[in-house]
Design a protein around this ligand. Structure first.
Ligand SMILES: [Zn+2]
Length: 326
């Protein structure tokens, strides 16, 4: 390298053009390789299969997307919307065109990374991702377009409306979380809420490790640690047997976090993808995932495991406070 650099320095000015180009490419590569990565990870990624191109089912053609966009244009709730086809989704945003473009990049990244490790099938239909620039726009348009009064300030997935509806001002984390749900729906029918939300929540704070999606600790951690200290976290058997409605409606506040940090624990042990695949395969015989969890963990004494997991969680710290929703 040193020798080459000396040669360039002594060379004619024309050599600066390739040098400048090289620097430009280097800077671009560094920029794009770090922009989705909030931090470096030291964790072993031995769980991952080699990166290969994902083949997916339910692919729509360019003509299908074009027809979808034409229909969509007729229904736009006002001016100033940017539409970007980002298969298998269509992204519609009322931020600046540059902002919507960058948010569509996040969608592309999340879709690629999630499909690489988990999902063969695209959602059955083309889904719209509505990215509203602030809470006022989000609430106004959720009402106007879908008659919804969202119970969350961040965003939600509506299977009935074939839409993800987001307040993108709260950050891209919820966007990645919600993208998980239609993929789970298309790839793991009857997946229980605990795992659907555990996986979605895991990736609401994510980046890349060795080319794969990786969930970091996040804002759900302190509340879970507090619940563990107060001894009010249910057993995994109870959590995993919680039905969908009960998971959402009777949550004492720790369901999402407990499910997330079980997924996080499995990720750290390089067992998460294995668990997902085995759980999906065994789902008829083990609808809650509890037996599959025991077998993947190789644990017979689940109360001892719970103690081990609690100790693990209490030893974690929040890695990226700045990205947490307010
Ligand atoms: Zn969710």
């Amino acid at each position: 390298m040193g020798t080459n650099f000396q040669t360039m320095k002594r060379g004619t000015p024309i050599l600066f053009a390739p040098l400048a180009l090289f620097v430009l490419i280097l800077v671009s590569v560094l920029y794009f390789s770090t922009r989705q990565t909030p931090g470096k990870s030291q964790h072993s990624r031995s769980e991952f299969p080699p990166v290969k191109e994902s083949k997916s089912i339910n692919k729509f053609t360019d003509a299908d997307f074009a027809a979808h966009v034409e229909q969509l244009k007729k229904k736009l709730p006002g001016r100033g919307f940017t539409i970007i086809v980002q298969p298998p989704f269509v992204v519609i945003g009322d931020g600046t065109p540059a902002a919507v473009k960058s948010q569509a990049e996040t969608v592309r990244w999340a879709v690629d990374k999630l499909k690489q490790d988990y999902f063969e099938n695209d959602p059955r239909e083309i889904l719209n991702i509505w990215l509203f620039k602030n809470e006022a726009s989000y609430r106004k348009h959720a009402r106007a377009l879908f008659g919804d009064e969202p119970d969350t300030p961040y965003g939600y997935y509506s299977s009935a409306h074939k839409a993800l509806v987001m307040n993108i001002e709260t950050g891209g984390g919820t966007l990645v979380h919600e993208i998980v749900h239609p993929f789970v729906e298309a790839n793991f029918p009857n997946c229980p809420a605990w795992f659907n939300e555990g996986l979605g929540s895991l990736y609401e704070q994510s980046g890349e490790a060795e080319g794969h999606i990786y969930g970091y600790t996040n804002w759900r951690l302190p509340g879970l640690q507090e619940a563990i200290r107060r001894n009010i976290v249910p057993s995994f058997k109870t959590l995993m047997a919680t039905g969908t409605r009960a998971f959402y409606d009777e949550d004492k506040g720790s369901n999402y976090a407990q499910a997330r940090y079980l997924c996080y624990y499995l990720q750290e042990r390089s067992l998460l993808i294995k668990f997902y695949k085995e759980f999906r395969a065994n789902h008829k015989n083990d609808p809650t995932g509890y037996q599959t969890l025991q077998s993947v963990l190789n644990e017979t004494d689940m109360s001892a495991f719970q103690k081990k997991w609690e100790k693990f969680v209490l030893g974690l710290s929040e890695e990226f406070k700045l990205l947490a929703p307010a």
